[in-house]
Design a protein around this ligand. Structure first.
Ligand code: GLA
Length: 754
């Protein structure tokens, strides 16, 4: 790992783990050009990559065609309005509304380590783990200084970038666009991958060719959103799951974002991510500064899987901070899908007592315990316990749970205010709203103006009063509607500024919470997975992945989510069959296997589920305890995707020294007249021999539930079960997965090296 600057060639290089990122300063004015991001380059002079030897050359040689230069040069951080007509990274307006900017190189620093940003979620690394390059650029007209940050981390093919604007001038300026990165590169036939969706259908992959112009995804909702994801992947022509070149870019931010790729007249691509410019504006007074969120950029020569594992390592090693990150999380049961709002102390304790018997460790009391909330029409903002439902309050519930050996978790939706709440009656001006307009209700609720400190303080005080009143081990922090009517009772801020400061205010509240309760297990949530992003993982080690808990739908959602985020971050629960989301019948064993690839738990009425399903809970929990660490810490390789093949879904998690692995196989649909399915197993040590066994050994003949393997199905695997195969055999010749009887069946195999 090294960062260098060559005084002679004026080239910066970041080299790490077989990857190079290079930039060069050109011409006497000091344009900073992008030279290369990708496979490791030799120790060569990379100046030729700037193309300054060919027309239109540089302005000092060919001043009459300065525009042609600016419009084709690979600019490292393009300004706007002076000749580059491609999308810019920075736009600044002066007091008179004049908008133009162009940055020129000034100086640099190379720093050991990486410190976290103030007020924004970000990566971090010690002096022997990370190196940071800080390049100072200047716009001489605005008197604005821009710092470009680049960090590399030992062993990772990734660069983390961000930018900071500082107003060194003597007049205020408006920053109307500040992206986190802009990367110019040749288009050699890339396809663009995005993760898109909707409520209950989050993060489904979409892979499309790039055409001329800009293809982008964005959120205007003030949260990351169910609909689009702050991620762009570029797959080279022949790249697949485990082979070929792939670039991945993801933003560490939880508000309105932009992620796009522009293809210009010269077939050059410009990849950009950052805060959504059209919903952003920030005034900088003299001396003030503005920091962009970070973007994580991964380069892989091992297909999409290589990108995934780099992101997992980067997030687990250098972004997520919770003390729970590497710890086994308690197996929980959440009452939401069991009772919705219809619960009281006795009902909760009834669920808890039974759950405890089966091995569950924590009860999470979801929405409906406060104010007079018997449905979703009221009381958000009134975080005082409803004694009718819970006599003795949260304290008594926690004590009763402690007496039976269970922990307590609790749900809050801190960013919201119901029009029908004491809080709203006392402070109608605390909701975001635009003068003269009644704010738009969604789920019958408004959004609190978290840009105001006194409102954040009041929310915080209410939450801490509850948390201090009882022994509470876990908080689920929900956020169930996007922002609208973006105006504040405190005047003087534009909507773009409010959207940005809302996000910062929400981050500040979460930071305060985890600082005050360092042992608290925090799970974020947003109507399922509408704010599942790297920003939120800075505060909570896990996020509720989706309100759709149907195991088969979850395979798609979890594939898209795990493409970027560690399995240990994905909230996943076993719920009832037929599922409340799609009415599908799925065997309990399959539901357990799918939830095992996340933070494991239950979300059903354990007292009213079929006895044959309940009987499987202890063995499922035993699986979680046995494989929890492997799943949390291991390397994840996807083998097949039912989104692509419409038949089966499989992936394997391998531990770091490649001595243990867990292979998940779900036969989504049965097929007539077919033979076993060949799968090749990536990620193993070719030179190790692996003994293969069924991790979940229940076998039962004549079973109609789909929970057990039959002797015939076992027989089909007899060629490799309880025998050893070399890693290289498994990678090449592969395994033959048996044809199972029925739909939605699954098999879990453990591979142990001998
Ligand atoms: C959201 C969450 C659910 C549940 C409900 C409660 O939809 O995603 O898990 O907490 O809110 O209202």
């Amino acid at each position: 790992m090294k960062i260098t600057y060559d005084e002679k060639t004026r080239i910066f290089r970041l080299d790490c783990a077989g990857m190079t990122y290079a930039m060069g300063v050109v011409d006497e004015e000091g344009f900073l050009g992008h030279l290369w991001f990708g496979a490791q380059a030799g120790e060569d002079d990379l100046t030729y990559l700037s193309r300054t030897a060919e027309f239109p050359h540089v302005p000092s040689v060919n001043g009459r065609d300065r525009g042609s230069f600016l419009d084709s040069f690979f600019q490292e951080f393009p300004g706007a309005g002076v000749g580059d007509y491609r999308p810019c990274a920075l736009q600044i307006e002066d007091e008179n509304g004049q908008a133009a900017c162009q940055l020129f190189y000034d100086s640099y620093r190379i720093l050991k380590g990486k410190s976290i940003l103030s007020g924004l979620p970000s990566t971090h690394g010690g002096e022997d783990e990370a190196l940071t390059l800080e390049i100072t650029m200047k716009d001489p007209v605005h008197g604005v200084r821009v710092l470009l940050f680049y960090t590399i981390f030992e062993g990772l093919r990734a660069v983390v970038r961000s930018a900071r604007v500082i107003n060194d001038g003597d007049k205020p300026v408006d920053v109307t666009r500040l992206l986190s990165c802009s990367v110019d590169m040749e288009d050699t036939g890339y396809r663009m991958l995005t993760l898109d969706g909707s409520w209950s259908r989050e993060r489904r992959k979409e892979l499309l060719p790039l055409g001329r112009g800009t293809r982008s995804v964005q959120s205007r909702r003030g949260i990351t959103s169910h609909q689009m994801h702050p991620f762009v992947g570029l797959l080279s022509e022949h790249a697949g799951q485990n082979e070929g070149e792939v670039y991945g870019f993801q933003l560490v931010y939880s508000g309105c974002f932009y992620a796009g790729v522009d293809k210009d007249q010269n077939n050059a691509l410009r990849v950009q991510l950052g805060i959504l410019p059209e919903e952003f504006r920030e005034r900088l007074q003299p001396g003030e500064e503005l920091q962009s969120p970070e973007v994580l950029m991964a380069y892989s020569e091992e297909g999409l899987g290589g990108m995934t594992r780099t992101f997992h390592d980067l997030l687990r090693g250098h972004l997520m901070r919770s003390p729970w990150l590497h710890r086994e999380r308690p197996v929980l049961i959440n009452n939401w899908e069991a009772t919705f709002f219809d619960f009281d102390l006795e009902k909760l304790l009834g669920i808890a007592r039974r759950a405890k018997k089966e091995g569950v460790e924590m009860l999470v009391m979801d929405d409906g315990w406060f104010g007079k909330r018997d449905d979703d029409n009221s009381s958000l903002g009134d975080w005082t316990v409803n004694e009718k439902k819970l006599p003795g309050g949260v304290k008594r519930l926690s004590e009763e749970l402690a007496a039976i050996g269970m922990k307590l978790g609790i749900w809050f939706e801190p960013e919201m205010i119901s029009p029908d709440s004491d809080l709203y009656r006392a402070h109608p001006d605390w909701a975001l709203s635009v003068d003269g307009r009644t704010p738009c209700r969604m789920r019958n609720q408004y959004v609190l103006d978290l840009t105001r400190k006194e409102i954040r303080d009041a929310v915080f005080d209410q939450i801490t009063a509850v948390l201090d009143s009882a022994d509470i081990a876990y908080v689920k922090w929900d956020m169930n509607r996007p922002l609208s009517d973006v105006g504040s009772a405190v005047k003087g801020k534009s909507a773009g500024s409010i959207l940005y400061h809302y996000c910062l205010g929400m981050y500040e509240l979460q930071e305060r919470l985890i600082t005050r309760y360092p042992e608290l297990l925090l799970e974020n949530c947003s109507g399922g997975g509408a704010r599942f992003d790297a920003g939120m993982l800075f505060y909570s080690p896990q996020i509720w992945t989706s309100d759709d808990t149907d195991a088969i739908e979850r395979l798609k959602i979890q594939e898209g989510t795990a493409m970027l985020y560690p399995l240990s971050a994905m909230g996943a629960h076993v719920s009832v069959s037929p599922s409340q989301a799609v009415g599908r019948f799925v065997p309990m064993t399959t539901r357990g296997h799918v939830a095992l690839a996340g933070t494991f738990g239950y979300e059903l009425d354990i007292n009213r589920m079929p006895a044959q399903d309940a009987a499987l809970i202890p063995s499922q929990i035993a699986l979680y305890h046995r494989y929890g660490e492997l799943i949390r810490e291991g390397d994840y390789y996807r083998i097949s995707s039912w989104q692509d093949n419409h038949l089966n879904d499989s992936y394997i998690v391998v531990n770091r020294d490649k001595t243990q692995a867990l292979l998940f196989w779900v036969q989504v649909l049965g097929e007539p007249n077919t033979r076993s399915k060949k799968i090749r197993i990536p990620g193993l040590d070719p030179d190790k021999n692996y003994r293969i066994r069924i991790a979940d050994p229940a076998v039962r003949e004549d079973d109609q539930s789909g929970n057990f393997l039959s002797h015939r199905e076992i027989e089909h695997m007899s060629g490799f079960l309880d025998k050893t195969l070399a890693g290289r055999t498994l990678a090449g010749a592969g395994l033959l997965m048996p044809k199972l009887s029925g739909d939605f069946r699954s098999v879990l195999l453990e591979l142990l090296s001998e």
